[in-house]
Ligand binder design. Structure first.
Ligand SMILES: Nc1ncnc2c1ncn2[C@@H]1O[C@H](COP(=O)(O)OP(=O)(O)O)[C@@H](O)[C@H]1O
Ligand SMILES: [Mg+2]
Length: 510
């Protein structure tokens, strides 16, 4: 058997699967694409997380696009963190190109231009489905982490939440949260002291200053109603294709706190609401973070440690997390060691630091009889990558320099008109983008303060009213409403979620 034949056998045998899989392209030997030597990734191990790395312009984002498309086709929903804003083209078919035909001819795969079901989401004022969450849903533990407060201040935040629970005051937005903090040391001082002990103005002042920091990064847009239900990320269209949810984060770089807040809440909610997955052989949701180094560089310690713990835990929920970044060393070591799929595009050897990074990266891959890894790393062309996946048994597939297939959708972004058409057709935009500001802690406390001022009159009126009501209820049969009070509903669900978060934090500390 020739070396070429042996290689073909090595690759095809190592990429044979019983269950469903996606094809990334064909393997290359000595710089040439070997037709039909397909490099496959089984769906079964895609919850084992992954990395797409390589220098700028080597094809990382297109690899992400290819993965997202092929997952969608298999009915797996996808969530993309689009930091540079270059992924909306997934909603339109590729116009095609002679170079793409050439590529696919070499790989031995037909090229079919296609569009995919896409939702555009946003954390800020950009167009898209608005992602929001209420303060109640966050709970005291997560809020304290996000605000990065001291133990004492975290204790006060817990007391505030307890008070709001006890008094049925919904904490929806930052306005509510600030109001109750002020109330605890002014009008409500005695009431608080009696029930929970003294709260110092210095501490609430410090917490308020931390809230201002979040506000300055657009937090008031994020906190509030209507809160996003993570189940809406799991939609499949009428043709059985998974939705590709793209979160536009182009304006997030100068708002690291807001991004950390969002990621923490998303990961925690996914973890607490997704059911434990049996051996279904396919992932529930795949998340990609493009330009992840921008996130890791700015990420809070809380986010980093949460990501490190959650990558271990979230796997069992059928959720895979994929990082797209320039250097593998951008990803925290604890995360790196857990990644199942690695797609390494070319690295450039300009500086001594570059050469060191190449050496380090090469060490993460086994040398094979077909490749000198460090050599391949610097000689890969655009849209070519070293791929190492996990087979259905969880063992590494043969290392393959791979000619990646081209995206079936457009490699360029949508025009403004295309984007606004997409958004006007979106069910989720209709569901989430109406602005709600219903009565919550802010309004209720203001009322309470007013009421207290008129206490005497009120007390009197109350007594009269009670007497009247008594007389009434005697005459008419009671007509109690069976509908749940919306405020009670929020509180009960918030309490539920919070206790789950409590469990989560315990798990995290282990
Ligand atoms: N799989 C691919 N198929 C076809 N062209 C590709 C592929 N990967 C990369 N390219 C080409 O290379 C360019 C840069 O790729 P991109 O993914 O944006 O790089 P990166 O994200 O690493 O900076 C693309 O605009 C495209 O022309
Ligand atoms: Mg890119």
């Amino acid at each position: 058997m020739s070396r070429q034949e042996a290689f073909f056998k090595h690759i095809t045998e190592g990429n044979t699967n019983k269950g469903e899989y996606i094809t990334l392209g064909s393997a290359m030997l000595d710089g040439k694409t070997v037709k039909n030597a397909y490099v496959n990734v089984p769906l079964k191990t895609m919850n084992r997380h992954g990395l797409i790395a390589g220098a700028t312009g080597t094809g990382k984002t297109k690899t992400l696009q290819v993965l997202a498309e092929n997952l969608s086709e298999k009915g797996v929903p996808v969530l993309l963190m689009d930091i540079k804003g270059d992924l909306s083209g997934l909603a339109k078919p590729s116009p095609g190109h002679p170079k793409i035909d050439e590529r696919h001819e070499a790989i031995g795969l037909p090229f079919e231009p296609k569009s995919f079901p896409v939702e555009i989401l946003t954390l800020s004022e950009q167009n898209g489905v608005r992602l929001r969450a209420t303060i109640s849903e966050f709970g005291p533990v997560l809020i304290s982490r996000i605000l990065d407060v001291t133990e004492t201040q975290a204790g006060i935040i817990s007391v505030i939440f307890k008070y709001c629970d006890d008094n049925k005051l919904p904490l929806l937005d930052l306005k509510d949260f600030k109001k109750i903090l002020q109330y605890a040391t002014s009008e409500g001082k005695e009431e608080f002291e009696e029930a929970y002990g003294r709260i110092s103005t210095a501490s609430t002042g410090a917490i308020l200053r931390k809230i201002v920091e979040i506000e300055q990064q657009g937090g008031e847009l994020f906190f509030g109603e209507k809160s996003f239900e993570v189940d809406d990320l799991l939609r499949v269209d009428d043709n059985g294709r998974g939705y590709i949810n793209i979160i536009r984060l182009t304006d997030i770089q100068d708002k690291p706190k807001l991004f950390s807040t969002f990621m923490l809440s998303l990961l925690a909610e996914i973890y607490s609401t997704f059911p434990e997955q049996g051996d279904t052989g396919r992932p529930e949701l795949i998340m990609f973070i493009d330009e992840a180094h921008l996130i890791f560089n700015e990420a809070s310690k809380a986010l980093l440690s949460q990501i490190e713990s959650i990558v271990k835990l979230i796997r069992s929920k059928g959720v895979g997390l994929y990082f797209v970044t320039q250097n593998p060393t951008d990803v925290p070591e604890a995360v790196l060691s857990q990644l199942g799929l690695k797609v390494q595009h070319a690295l450039r050897a300009f500086t001594a630091k570059d050469r060191k990074a190449i050496k380090l990266t090469a060490q993460n891959y086994p040398d094979t009889e077909y490749y000198d890894t460090a050599d391949v790393l610097t000689s890969l062309g655009t849209g070519e990558a070293l791929v190492s996946a996990l087979n259905e048994k969880g063992r590494p597939t043969p290392l393959a320099a791979t000619m990646m297939r081209a995206p079936m959708s457009r490699m360029d972004i949508l025009t403004d008109t295309e984007l606004s058409n997409l958004l006007s057709d979106s069910k989720l935009v209709k569901k989430y983008n109406e602005k709600i500001d219903r009565e919550s802690a802010y309004e209720m406390l203001n009322k309470k303060i007013e009421l207290a001022e008129k206490e005497e009159q009120l007390e009197k009126a109350k007594q009269e009213k009670a007497a009247l009501e008594k007389a009434k209820s005697k005459s008419s049969s009671s007509r109690k409403s069976t509908r749940m009070n919306p405020i009670v509903k929020v509180l009960t669900s918030a309490t539920f979620i919070r206790s789950v978060f409590g469990i989560l934090t315990k798990v995290m500390k282990k």
